[in-house]
Design a protein. Structure first.
Length: 152
Protein backbone atom coordinates (compact mmCIF):
# COMPACT_ATOMS: atom_id res chain seq x y z
CA UNK A 1 0.00 0.00 0.00
CA UNK A 2 1.18 3.47 -0.83
CA UNK A 3 0.64 5.68 2.22
CA UNK A 4 1.66 9.10 0.91
CA UNK A 5 -1.33 9.77 -1.32
CA UNK A 6 -2.34 12.94 -3.16
CA UNK A 7 -6.05 13.66 -3.33
CA UNK A 8 -8.48 16.22 -4.64
CA UNK A 9 -11.88 17.69 -3.77
CA UNK A 10 -15.10 17.33 -5.78
CA UNK A 11 -15.03 21.14 -6.12
CA UNK A 12 -11.54 21.31 -7.66
CA UNK A 13 -11.43 21.75 -11.41
CA UNK A 14 -10.14 18.97 -13.61
CA UNK A 15 -7.08 21.01 -14.57
CA UNK A 16 -5.98 21.03 -10.92
CA UNK A 17 -6.54 17.27 -10.69
CA UNK A 18 -4.66 16.62 -13.93
CA UNK A 19 -1.74 18.68 -12.62
CA UNK A 20 -1.63 16.54 -9.47
CA UNK A 21 -1.68 13.33 -11.50
CA UNK A 22 1.06 14.54 -13.84
CA UNK A 23 3.22 16.08 -11.13
CA UNK A 24 3.15 13.01 -8.93
CA UNK A 25 3.26 10.38 -11.70
CA UNK A 26 0.05 8.64 -10.72
CA UNK A 27 -3.08 7.59 -12.56
CA UNK A 28 -5.70 7.96 -9.86
CA UNK A 29 -6.69 10.40 -7.13
CA UNK A 30 -9.01 9.77 -4.22
CA UNK A 31 -11.69 12.45 -4.02
CA UNK A 32 -11.98 13.66 -0.43
CA UNK A 33 -14.78 15.76 1.02
CA UNK A 34 -15.16 16.65 4.71
CA UNK A 35 -12.18 14.39 5.49
CA UNK A 36 -13.72 11.27 3.93
CA UNK A 37 -13.05 9.52 0.63
CA UNK A 38 -16.18 9.89 -1.49
CA UNK A 39 -14.97 8.80 -4.95
CA UNK A 40 -11.99 8.09 -7.17
CA UNK A 41 -10.81 10.01 -10.24
CA UNK A 42 -8.58 8.55 -12.95
CA UNK A 43 -6.65 10.19 -15.75
CA UNK A 44 -9.05 8.44 -18.14
CA UNK A 45 -12.05 9.92 -16.30
CA UNK A 46 -10.58 13.39 -16.89
CA UNK A 47 -9.97 12.80 -20.60
CA UNK A 48 -13.39 11.32 -21.22
CA UNK A 49 -15.19 14.09 -19.29
CA UNK A 50 -13.49 16.77 -21.38
CA UNK A 51 -14.22 14.87 -24.60
CA UNK A 52 -17.84 13.97 -23.87
CA UNK A 53 -18.75 17.37 -22.44
CA UNK A 54 -16.69 19.31 -25.02
CA UNK A 55 -15.34 21.69 -22.39
CA UNK A 56 -11.91 22.62 -21.08
CA UNK A 57 -10.47 21.08 -17.94
CA UNK A 58 -10.62 24.41 -16.12
CA UNK A 59 -14.36 24.62 -16.88
CA UNK A 60 -15.17 21.21 -15.37
CA UNK A 61 -15.27 20.25 -11.72
CA UNK A 62 -13.95 16.93 -10.43
CA UNK A 63 -17.54 16.08 -9.46
CA UNK A 64 -18.46 15.88 -13.17
CA UNK A 65 -15.92 13.15 -13.87
CA UNK A 66 -15.33 11.23 -10.62
CA UNK A 67 -16.53 7.68 -10.13
CA UNK A 68 -20.12 7.23 -9.05
CA UNK A 69 -19.35 4.17 -6.93
CA UNK A 70 -16.59 3.88 -4.34
CA UNK A 71 -14.93 0.53 -3.73
CA UNK A 72 -12.43 0.48 -0.89
CA UNK A 73 -10.81 -1.79 1.64
CA UNK A 74 -9.77 -1.47 5.25
CA UNK A 75 -6.30 -1.93 6.75
CA UNK A 76 -7.56 -5.18 8.31
CA UNK A 77 -8.50 -6.73 4.96
CA UNK A 78 -6.28 -9.51 3.63
CA UNK A 79 -4.64 -9.22 0.20
CA UNK A 80 -7.21 -11.76 -0.99
CA UNK A 81 -10.06 -9.52 0.26
CA UNK A 82 -8.66 -6.52 -1.60
CA UNK A 83 -8.10 -8.60 -4.72
CA UNK A 84 -11.70 -9.78 -4.58
CA UNK A 85 -12.92 -6.16 -4.52
CA UNK A 86 -10.71 -5.32 -7.51
CA UNK A 87 -11.86 -8.35 -9.47
CA UNK A 88 -15.55 -7.92 -8.71
CA UNK A 89 -15.61 -4.22 -9.60
CA UNK A 90 -12.96 -4.20 -12.36
CA UNK A 91 -10.66 -1.69 -10.66
CA UNK A 92 -6.87 -1.74 -10.39
CA UNK A 93 -6.58 0.47 -7.33
CA UNK A 94 -8.64 0.89 -4.18
CA UNK A 95 -8.36 3.43 -1.41
CA UNK A 96 -7.61 2.02 2.02
CA UNK A 97 -9.84 3.77 4.55
CA UNK A 98 -10.51 3.59 8.26
CA UNK A 99 -13.97 2.99 9.76
CA UNK A 100 -14.87 6.68 9.32
CA UNK A 101 -13.81 6.75 5.66
CA UNK A 102 -10.55 8.64 6.26
CA UNK A 103 -7.90 7.98 3.62
CA UNK A 104 -4.99 5.83 4.85
CA UNK A 105 -3.47 4.88 1.49
CA UNK A 106 -4.02 3.27 -1.89
CA UNK A 107 -3.58 -0.39 -2.69
CA UNK A 108 -2.93 -1.32 -6.30
CA UNK A 109 -2.94 -4.55 -8.25
CA UNK A 110 0.81 -3.97 -8.65
CA UNK A 111 1.19 -3.93 -4.85
CA UNK A 112 -0.58 -7.28 -4.66
CA UNK A 113 1.57 -8.72 -7.46
CA UNK A 114 4.78 -7.63 -5.69
CA UNK A 115 3.55 -9.22 -2.46
CA UNK A 116 2.75 -12.51 -4.21
CA UNK A 117 6.13 -12.62 -5.97
CA UNK A 118 8.06 -11.80 -2.80
CA UNK A 119 6.16 -14.44 -0.83
CA UNK A 120 6.71 -16.93 -3.67
CA UNK A 121 3.14 -18.20 -3.51
CA UNK A 122 2.27 -19.72 -6.92
CA UNK A 123 -1.48 -19.91 -6.26
CA UNK A 124 -1.56 -16.19 -5.36
CA UNK A 125 0.19 -15.40 -8.63
CA UNK A 126 -2.37 -17.45 -10.56
CA UNK A 127 -5.21 -15.70 -8.71
CA UNK A 128 -3.71 -12.33 -9.61
CA UNK A 129 -3.61 -13.30 -13.28
CA UNK A 130 -7.28 -14.24 -13.07
CA UNK A 131 -8.01 -10.89 -11.42
CA UNK A 132 -6.10 -9.01 -14.11
CA UNK A 133 -8.10 -10.88 -16.74
CA UNK A 134 -11.39 -9.94 -15.01
CA UNK A 135 -10.36 -6.29 -14.66
CA UNK A 136 -9.35 -6.09 -18.33
CA UNK A 137 -12.62 -7.57 -19.60
CA UNK A 138 -14.61 -5.09 -21.70
CA UNK A 139 -17.41 -3.24 -19.96
CA UNK A 140 -20.71 -2.37 -21.59
CA UNK A 141 -20.28 0.77 -23.67
CA UNK A 142 -22.36 3.85 -22.93
CA UNK A 143 -23.62 5.04 -26.31
CA UNK A 144 -25.24 8.28 -25.17
CA UNK A 145 -22.73 10.88 -23.90
CA UNK A 146 -25.55 12.34 -21.79
CA UNK A 147 -25.38 9.13 -19.75
CA UNK A 148 -21.70 9.74 -18.96
CA UNK A 149 -20.84 7.91 -15.77
CA UNK A 150 -17.09 7.49 -15.25
CA UNK A 151 -15.73 4.18 -14.07
CA UNK A 152 -12.59 3.10 -12.23
Amino acid sequence: MKESVRFCSPHDNLNQAANLLWGHDCGVLPVVEDGRVVAMLTDRDICMAAYLQNRTLTDLQVSTAMSRELYSCSPDDTPEDAEHVMREHQVRRVPVTDAEGKLLGILSLSDLAREAVQAQIPERTLNLLETLNAIAAPRPRVEDPEQFDSQE
